[in-house]
Design a protein around this ligand. Structure first.
Ligand SMILES: *[C@@H]1O[C@H](CO)[C@@H](O)[C@H](O)[C@H]1NC(C)=O
Ligand SMILES: *[C@@H]1O[C@H](CO)[C@@H](O)[C@H](O)[C@H]1NC(C)=O
Ligand SMILES: *[C@@H]1O[C@H](CO)[C@@H](O)[C@H](O)[C@H]1NC(C)=O
Ligand SMILES: *[C@@H]1O[C@H](CO)[C@@H](O)[C@H](O)[C@H]1NC(C)=O
Ligand SMILES: [Zn+2]
Length: 438
């Protein structure tokens, strides 16, 4: 229990290490915003089935709006309402960030150079009724309509007729209207950093059962960044005897295939790199274990945000210096089915490991430019390499929207494809435990 006197001093006290259901979550976020108004912005992206706000706290030097050159980052927790540790970690992260600003030079630079959005609970309804911690018993995984939100997003490989839930739609709108570069979603039930794809077909699945993106090098690095900075995740000890995760990471599909997951949606449709963080063996552990979860994850949560400054960023401009929207920005060798497209500000952000790349920028119906760039590691400088391109021709273009059947982006070429090989590893694991994590 916290000393009651400290409750009068929110600037110093921080959140207590207990679980925050809707009322105390809202109180906490509002107090943080009041006490740190210059670097925070509190907004709701929509409502749950039962009408609870899906609150996001944004932190940054310009918290209320996007600034050209400042990348947007997000953390999302509690998409499965029974996986409760992530939300509490994010509240402690918020507290740590706001109280370190102007005191800790690294955190100050991080907040000055990044806009960080935190959605502590994407699925508040069912968690609300569950006061008593229990490792794996209650149905809070689903939303109030009984739908698993991490199976409810449009899938690029498999067309589903699932009804998009209000929580899912709110997050889809948030992703599509924003300009997020990097993200993670926080889960429980295992300890591992899992990267896309979660879904796949013969185009993406390798002989040994990985469903790889074209950015596999970056995703493995991102997952390793989290596991290496976590107190124990990198050791790869898992929660059961049946499976271990080398280096504390896994390809999502290789673990077990998931259709309609949020991380694939972010990557394919949102031009945002997202990984899935499984942070506790017990999905809803006793509150007195929360301080040690925070200690184990604190450094990893911070180091992961810094990775938003990997790679190259800049603007695509016309001859008068006006931004061009709808320009396609790609790196040769990573030809995405749904490539990076600039929005109204003409900005692009490409997460790349250090190296030499050929940047290929196309303005539909107006031509293309090719540039060779040496990309350094910008994370310690809190800035990706800045590189603007001037284009003599302008043309607007419309962005594709995720919907069936256009979502079948990765259509299989049956003349060349081998039969799809599901991961034996994953199937074994599922059949042994009958429990779901991501
Ligand atoms: C961060 O931004 C604030 C406000 O503009 C400024 O006073 C401060 O010097 C900056 N600090 C760093 C480390 O960039
Ligand atoms: C989706 O709905 C269409 C038309 O209602 C139907 O033809 C199709 O089989 C359904 N697909 C799935 C995967 O249920
Ligand atoms: C500009 O557009 C014209 C045709 O519309 C094309 O011939 C020309 O190559 C383009 N220039 C560049 C640099 O893309
Ligand atoms: C970091 O910033 C310094 C000072 O602007 C610059 O000299 C250096 O090249 C930068 N390093 C990287 C890796 O971008
Ligand atoms: Zn989960």
């Amino acid at each position: 229990m916290m000393n009651p006197l400290l409750l009068l001093l929110p600037l110093v006290a921080g959140p207590d290490f207990g679980y925050h259901h809707t009322k105390s979550l809202e109180t906490f976020l509002k107090e943080v915003h009041q006490n740190h108004a210059s670097i925070t912005h509190l907004y709701s992206i929509g409502k749950s089935v039962q009408g609870r706000n899906l609150w996001v706290l944004a932190l940054g030097r310009f918290p209320t709006h996007h600034k050209i050159g400042i990348p947007e980052f997000k953390y999302v927790a509690n998409i499965n309402g029974d996986e409760t540790v992530g939300q509490e970690l994010l509240l402690h992260l918020i507290d740590f960030l706001v109280t370190s600003y102007q005191h800790d030079p690294v955190i100050t630079r991080l907040i000055n150079s990044t806009r960080i959005h935190i959605l502590p609970s994407m699925n508040p309804d069912e968690f609300e009724t569950e006061e008593v911690p229990s490792c794996r018993s209650f149905r809070g995984r689903f939303n109030h309509n009984g739908v698993d939100l991490n199976r409810n997003f449009p899938d690029a490989f498999v067309c589903s007729n699932a009804t998009i839930q209000p929580e899912t739609q709110a997050v889809m709108n948030w992703i599509n209207n924003g300009m997020f570069v990097l993200s993670a979603n926080l889960h429980g039930g295992a300890v591992v950093a899992s990267y896309p794809f979660d879904s796949g077909n013969s185009v993406t699945v390798t002989a040994n059962g990985f469903s790889n993106t074209l950015d596999n090098d970056v995703f493995v690095y991102l997952a390793r960044t989290y596991s290496d900075n976590h107190a124990t995740m990198y050791k790869g000890h898992s929660c059961s005897q049946e499976i271990n995760f080398p280096d504390g990471i896994t390809n999502g599909y290789h673990w077990y295939p998931v259709e309609g997951g949020m991380q694939d949606y972010n990557y394919i449709w949102g031009q945002c790199f997202e990984i899935t963080l499984e942070l506790s063996c017990c999905k809803y552990p006793p509150a007195n274990e929360l301080p040690s979860f925070w200690n184990d994850n604190k450094m990893a949560l911070i180091e992961y945000i810094k990775q938003v400054h990997l790679g190259v960023k800049g603007r695509v401009l016309d001859r008068n210096g006006k931004p061009i929207s709808g320009a396609i920005v790609e790196v040769k060798g990573k030809d995405h089915r749904f490539p990076y497209r600039t929005k109204e500000t003409g900005e692009y952000y490409l997460l790349l490991l250090p190296g030499v790349y050929e940047l290929n920028v196309k303005v539909p119906h107006s031509g293309s430019l090719l540039r060779t760039l040496r990309v350094p590691d910008g994370t310690e400088n809190f800035s990706a390499l800045k590189y603007d391109l001037r284009f003599p021709n302008v043309s607007a273009s419309t962005e594709p929207v995720a919907s069936c059947p256009e979502t079948a982006l990765y259509s299989e070429d049956y003349s060349t494809s081998a039969t799809l090989k599901p991961s034996i590893h994953g199937l074994l694991f599922i059949s042994t435990f009958y429990i779901t994590f991501r």
